[in-house]
Design a binder for this molecule. Structure first.
Ligand code: C2E
Ligand code: MG
Ligand code: MG
Ligand code: MG
Length: 289
């Protein structure tokens, strides 16, 4: 009896593996198609001053709606695209679209684009960016690149060379999800950075765990000692915001409390509204995930 149950379980397991495998293959094909045809969408999440009254820029975040499965999280398809070797095509689309969009923003708001590991191992990214800047006439200072620590592991020397060249063109460089990867401290020393984006895991239990505040203050102090600006990501509640402000732990805030990722049209509307009349609004944008 036990044996048969085991056998059934094994068969079930096999079936679900099989199903998951073919789902993945199907997802890969659809993803390739979406990237090739430009069906991916780009949302923008505003970044604010610490009062939440003024926008300083926005992070471009890609969005994909699978024809049958509906919205798929970037946490799922970005690694998939990396694995398939097509992430650089997605990056190129994002850069071109983001720069075109940003050229129409009021003031000199910065647009921030995420790069992945592979992008930093291939010098081709330099001309992709230079061409897009040329074509859109966007001043280089209005473009920021976000790099993740895990994205640097493979070939740090090449990554550093590429980033140094991009920095010399006038771009701004931010290290993303700071505090979650390996060798964070040596990256601060080795890479030509302008900003540190502190990972939202530092914010999550900020108001419950006193140790979190000490960690946050320490990281912020370190970043500022190195002359880097501090972005705090993932601020969701008023309590978190108050604690961050009272401890002077941020220069820029990005989080649901002030604005979630939103379509380009909504972002322009919001940016126009606030640039003519800086004030704090209630939250706007994509429904909470
Ligand atoms: P990220 O670069 O750290 O982007 C911030 C993520 O945090 C976004 O998730 C955003 O929606 C989410 N977020 C912002 N504020 C809050 C908040 O207050 N609370 C919570 N819980 N979440 C918040 P999203 O859009 O799902 O993207 C996830 C990750 O996928 C991004 O993390 C980034 O690493 C990657 N990604 C997204 N778009 C692209 C892209 O075009 N290219 C590359 N290479 N990676 C991308
Ligand atoms: Mg990012
Ligand atoms: Mg991040
Ligand atoms: Mg990230």
């Amino acid at each position: 009896e036990a044996k048969r149950r085991d056998k059934n379980r094994w068969t079930l397991f096999e079936a679900s593996m099989d199903q998951r495998y073919s789902e993945r293959q199907g997802m890969k094909a659809a993803l390739r198609e979406a990237i090739r045809t430009g069906a991916m969408d780009l949302f923008y999440q505003p970044m604010f001053n610490t009062q939440g009254t003024r926008i300083v820029g926005a992070e471009a975040l890609s969005r994909w709606i699978h024809p049958e499965l509906g919205p798929v999280s970037p946490a799922v398809y970005i690694p998939l695209a990396e694995e398939m070797g097509i992430i650089s095509e997605l990056t190129r689309c994002v850069i071109e679209r983001a720069l075109q969009d940003a050229a129409n923003w009021p003031g000199n708001l910065q647009v921030s684009v995420n790069l992945s590991a592979h992008d930093l191992n291939d010098r081709a990214i330099i001309s992709v960016i230079a061409d897009a800047l040329d074509r859109t006439d966007l001043p280089p200072g209005r473009l920021q690149l976000e790099i993740t620590e895990s994205g640097l592991m493979n070939d740090l020397k090449t990554a550093r060379e590429i980033l140094t060249e991009l920095r010399s063109m006038g771009l701004s460089i931010a290290i993303d999800d700071f505090g979650t990867g390996y060798s964070s401290l040596s990256y601060l020393d080795m890479l030509p950075l302008n900003k540190v984006k502190i990972d939202r895991s530092f914010v999550r239990d900020l108001t419950k765990d006193p140790k979190k505040l000490k960690l946050l203050r320490g990281v912020v102090h370190l970043a500022r000692e190195l002359g880097l600006e501090v972005v705090v990501e993932g601020v969701e509640t008023e309590d978190q915001l108050v604690m961050i402000s009272e401890n002077n732990c941020a220069d820029i805030i990005q989080g649901y409390i002030f604005g979630t990722p939103m379509p380009h049209g909504s972002f322009i509307e919001l940016a126009n509204k606030l640039s003519s009349n800086p004030r704090r609004l209630s939250v706007v944008g994509e429904a909470e995930q």
